[in-house]
Design a protein around this ligand. Structure first.
Ligand code: NAD
Length: 517
């Protein structure tokens, strides 16, 4: 039985500018006065304690924020991109300074391990570095005109106000993936963080505000709004926001995508996953085990890229079962701020109910628990959000297996031929991340070919979770089709313009069309 000493977060909260129980305005700065009656209370899933309360944004405040953003855009878009990159560089430096405190807040408010909390802040720093370089590389193509004395090229302009809606499980990193790119592209941002981790958003805003103030730049370059889906709906229906980048459940993405398309806006959707690892007889079992266990239980199964299905060749099935059972027996579940623990709590009791429901549905369909699940109670688990990672042997066709349950449940299933395994892997509505464990070049290439994995991410001898910022991140089908972060994802945040310049004295028409006056 483990115990959790009373966790004192006062130094962390002080450092991040979260000094009072009611942190005041939606911008985290009291610039609109603290008029709202509606407060979101943030309770830690780690020990159930109230961390603080944040006032929700009223419609009136929202309108003020939108006009601040529109004004700031006029200044920001005219600033040369490398100069905008310099501001992002300074933000990266500020994050380095506050990495420990912000990582601790992420861990305490969301429940992920401290290592992963720090890792999230590191991801923010990394994307800032990436964006700084990008600020000198927003390249357009130039092409040869078919007309004499003409020059033709493409250039990229900012879009305007970018609306960011984010999920609870990456309460700081996902925002910065979007905002760091959007800023260097010349956009200004409005961010609605998750109502389940509102303090993380206020903390990020406070850190950024210092950088903007030091450079005498307007606050409207990046604001936060706070609240639940209703505030999100103001954004998705707002024609002043040309791009909505929304991260969260497929349920949410379906509503947001339709609302934004209905007003001819652009949406970048990063939605649910149902990620699988295929294990072939040519797999290195040590590599497979670490990748599969971290993929399945890391962040207590609350990553969009969590490994939810393990598809194992029948000849090695019993061996894999034995290895997994032993590994799960060694997992330490408890306070995520204690770096000895592997698994922390789920975000809230609703998530616990969904976890229990999924286990019961899988068993009802005929599934067998290889490692039993359950809710942990007693000292150290007082929040009621700690659950046991479990493994269930299933048939790939069970309804529940095709569904994303945001919890540490690993479904184990058997295949005979690789073709069949790839078909099983693809036979779910989601298409985010996938992996194969094999030392066979032939198997790996089959998996990566156009007839292989249908996901946005396909890995060899790496688990499904833990992407780097340098690659474009996102998935197909019900995962929404968006791409964030590295590669050429920046193009989502800009509008393309084709320019043709005639430096001659005649007006020749394209396609040889004659029109003489
Ligand atoms: P959620 O869909 O409940 O909420 C996400 C955000 O959307 C919140 O800020 C919420 O307030 C807002 N929202 C909800 N309904 C809305 C509506 N109708 N209009 C506008 N905004 C609305 O998701 P969650 O529980 O916070 O996060 C878990 C989900 O997020 C999982 O499905 C996970 O796979 C997904 N996720 C995906 C990625 C990815 O990159 N693909 C990354 C992280 C999380």
């Amino acid at each position: 039985m483990q115990t959790i000493e009373k966790i004192d977060m006062s130094a962390v909260l002080n450092e991040l500018g979260l000094k009072e129980v009611n942190f005041g305005s939606s911008s985290g700065r009291d610039s609109f006065g603290n008029t709202s009656e509606n407060l979101i209370a943030s309770y830690s899933p780690v020990d159930g304690a109230l961390i603080g309360k944040v006032s929700t944004t009223t419609k009136e405040e929202y309108e003020k924020i939108m006009s601040l953003a529109a004004d700031a855009y006029k200044t920001w878009r005219k600033m040369p991109a490398p100069k905008r990159g310099e501001i992002v560089r300074q933000y990266g430096e500020a994050l380095r300074k506050h990495k420990d405190a912000l990582g601790r807040l992420v861990s305490y408010e969301m429940g992920k391990s401290l290592q992963e909390g720090w890792g999230e802040v590191q991801e923010m720093i990394d994307i800032c570095d990436f964006a700084v370089g990008l600020s000198r590389q927003l390249y357009g193509l130039s092409m040869h005109s078919e007309r004499p004395d003409h020059r033709m090229y493409e250039q990229w302009h900012p879009l305007g106000v970018v609306g960011i809606i984010s999920a609870f499980n990456f309460p700081v990193a996902v925002w910065s993936w979007n905002s760091a790119l959007a800023w260097v592209c010349g956009d200004v941002c409005i961010w609605k963080g998750s109502e389940k981790a509102p303090l993380c958003a206020v903390a990020c805003q406070n850190i950024l505000q210092e950088v903007l103030e030091a450079n005498d730049l307007p606050e409207g370059i990046s604001c936060i709004v706070t609240g639940d889906y209703k505030v999100g709906e103001w954004m998705t229906n707002d024609t002043r926001i040309p791009l909505i980048s929304a991260t969260g459940s497929t349920r949410m993405g379906r509503i947001v995508g339709q609302a934004v398309a209905g007003r001819f806006g652009r949406s970048l959707l990063e939605l649910g996953g149902n990620n699988a690892i295929i294990v072939t007889p040519n797999a290195d079992m040590k590599v497979m085990l670490t990748a599969a266990v971290f993929g399945a239980v890391g962040t207590a199964g609350q990553r969009c890229t969590t490994t939810r299905r393990l598809i194992v060749q029948h000849g090695i099935y019993d061996k894999v079962k034995e290895l997994l059972t032993n590994a799960y027996g060694q997992l330490r579940i408890g306070n995520p701020l204690d770096t000895n623990n592997h698994v922390g709590p789920l975000i809230d009791k609703l998530a616990v109910d969904q976890y229990l429901h999924a286990i019961s549905e899988a068993k009802k369909a005929g599934g067998r628990e290889l490692v039993a699940g359950g809710v942990l109670s007693g000292t150290g688990y007082d929040s009621g959000c700690y659950v046991k990672p479990c493994i269930i042997e299933v048939d790939a066709q069970y309804d529940i297996v095709k569904h994303e349950t945001f919890a540490p449940i690993l479904y184990l299933m058997k295949y005979n031929e690789l073709d069949e395994a790839i078909e099983m892997q693809n036979d779910v509505p989601q298409g985010l991340s996938s992996a194969i464990m094999t030392d066979s070049l032939r198997e790996a290439e089959q998996f990566l070919s156009c007839a292989g994995s249908d996901c946005g991410i396909a890995n060899v001898n790496i688990g499904t979770s833990g992407a780097e910022i340098g690659g474009a991140f996102g998935g197909e089908k019900e995962t929404g089709g968006g791409r964030e972060s590295g590669s050429d994802s920046w193009k989502f945040y800009m509008r393309r313009q084709t320019n043709t310049i005639n430096y001659g004295t005649k007006v020749p028409l394209a396609q040889g069309i004659k029109f003489d006056l």
